[in-house]
Design a protein around this ligand. Structure first.
Ligand code: SAH
Ligand code: SF4
Ligand code: F3S
Length: 451
């Protein structure tokens, strides 16, 4: 039942690649119903916020956006404002929105994405609020239409949810238990995306190394019919026409030698491993429930670097986890200096209701966290650019991704995830070309396209 007054939509996405992928599905459903994408939230007839709740500031962002929409809602009372995603799995947040933001017409959770087609119709066709949030889902196959943000690359879910319960993290609570998709269905989706013009896919999961529930420790116990992540990756890499495959995220505790071998043996698997360490202190890692220590992490890094040429390694760090002492923090700084990452994503610890860490009585005072965060940024800054020099002068493959409107330069991505800026024509976007790396800057290169 399409309301003919409603023509356009805008989906605003917060959070990680999982949400980005979900948003493509939401857009696909709306396009199939005949809606077209609006340029912004104000002019759109339907606005859907796909939320993240991994840190407190992710939540605040949402409230900022809803507040700003009030004006355009008052001029267009038919406007449908919907909210979905991880934050909607939290009862308190849903209650707050219902109470404070009457203009929000539709609320649904991470387990209700596949019902979006019905839910949006319901919201359009009635005067009542539509709220649908399930606690869990066993459904791993979501065959929804899709509208890709980029025509040439896309994310492919290989698993949903997480079983790791790192003590600071809310993801297992809002995304549910780990569910892996079958190989056949993953391969089929990739083949069909290649038919649509995709050249690079990113395999997505909160801990891809535990695909099908087989962590590295238990490889030898696996049944014949089980498929491990390295086996899946190997199979995906062989798909005809797939120029590049990436994956995210790897948990250090489950990264196996097999995985390193598979990457090494397939040139179309991108030379980039995001390996979040979170902390350099053994006692904090233990309290975080990460199941590795500093030494075993460093051994994995060594193995990766000595086997995979030109690999890019990136990480996530949390400062101010409960009980973190000055010494613990120093251990993290030392580890950053030791590893020389290609990029480090830094976060202040954020207390998430319902997690174990939120109950710990040794929370670090905010001013201490802020002070440490500043020091951390300084060390990250000092370390950045350490690895770029050795690439200067090389000619490398680049997937051309975009054009900068102001400088007119193209931006491409190397296999190891570094960006390269160079002159070239817009019709190169989506192609893989050779680029000579002329100058190394901290996080990127300046290059020259060799055509
Ligand atoms: N599954 C991925 C990461 C998912 S969340 C993994 O295990 O690596 C992305 C990052 O957010 C995490 O790596 C962590 O650094 C950060 N993060 C998660 N919960 C957080 C919290 N409560 N406070 C601050 N940072 C957090
Ligand atoms: Fe969160 Fe840990 Fe799962 Fe990553 S592995 S999503 S940090 S619980
Ligand atoms: Fe955020 Fe949910 Fe991803 S909490 S980081 S959008 S899984």
């Amino acid at each position: 039942m399409k309301n003919s007054n409603l023509k356009s939509y805008k989906i605003v996405t917060f959070g990680c690649q999982m949400n980005a992928r979900d948003s493509e599905k939401l857009a696909g459903v709306l396009e199939e119903k005949g809606y077209t994408e609006a340029t912004d939230e104000d002019t759109a007839d339907i606005v859907i916020f796909n939320t993240c709740t991994v840190r407190e500031n992710a939540n605040q962002k949402l409230y900022g956006h809803i507040g700003q929409l009030k004006k355009s809602y008052l001029t267009n009372r038919n406007k449908i404002i919907g909210i979905c995603g991880c934050m909607m799995q939290e009862k308190d947040e849903v209650e707050k929105i219902v109470e404070k933001y009457p203009q929000v017409k539709l609320i649904f959770g991470t387990h209700n994405i596949d019902e979006f087609g019905f839910l949006i119709e319901e919201a359009i066709g009635s005067n009542k609020k539509v709220i649908r949030v399930y606690d869990k889902s066993n459904n791993v196959e979501k065959t929804l239409p899709t509208k890709r943000v980029f025509g040439f690359k896309c994310g492919i879910n290989i698993m949903f949810g997480c079983n790791n319960f790192c003590t600071y993290c809310i993801v297992p609570y809002v995304r549910g238990r780990e569910r892996s998709r079958d190989v056949d269905s993953i391969v089929k989706e990739i083949k069909s995306s290649i038919n649509d013009g995709v050249v690079e896919v990113m395999l997505l999961g909160q801990n891809v190394n535990s695909y099908k529930g087989i962590a590295s420790q238990s490889y030898k116990f696996k049944n014949n019919y089980d498929v491990t992540f390295p086996e899946l990756l190997n199979e995906v890499a062989k798909i005809d026409g797939l120029k590049r495959v990436r994956f995210m995220t790897s948990h250090p505790k489950d990264l196996s030698d097999d995985l390193i071998d598979v990457i090494k043996n397939n040139s179309n698997i991108c030379r980039h491993i995001h390996l979040p360490v979170q902390s350099g202190s053994n006692s904090i890692l233990k309290a975080m429930n990460r199941h590795y220590d500093r030494d075993s992490y460093l051994r994995v890094i060594d193995k990766i670097r000595s086997n995979i040429e030109d690999v890019g390694i990136t990480t996530d760090i949390i400062v101010g986890f409960p009980g973190e002492t000055e010494n613990d923090f120093e251990d993290t700084l030392k580890l950053i200096n030791q590893v020389s990452y290609d990029a480090v994503f830094t976060f202040e610890y954020s207390k998430r209701t319902g997690t174990k860490a939120a109950e710990m009585d040794n929370q670090v005072p905010e001013d201490v966290v802020k002070e440490r965060f500043k020091k951390l940024l300084k060390v990250v800054e000092e370390n950045s650019g350490k690895n770029v020099e050795r690439y200067v002068g090389k000619v490398m493959d680049v997937l051309v991704e975009s054009e900068d409107k102001i400088s007119g330069k193209l931006t491409g991505r190397l296999s190891n995830n570094y960006l390269v800026h160079f002159n070239g024509s817009q019709n190169l976007i989506g192609k893989i070309i050779n680029v000579k790396l002329v100058k190394g800057c901290k996080f990127y290169f300046e290059g020259e396209a060799l055509l």
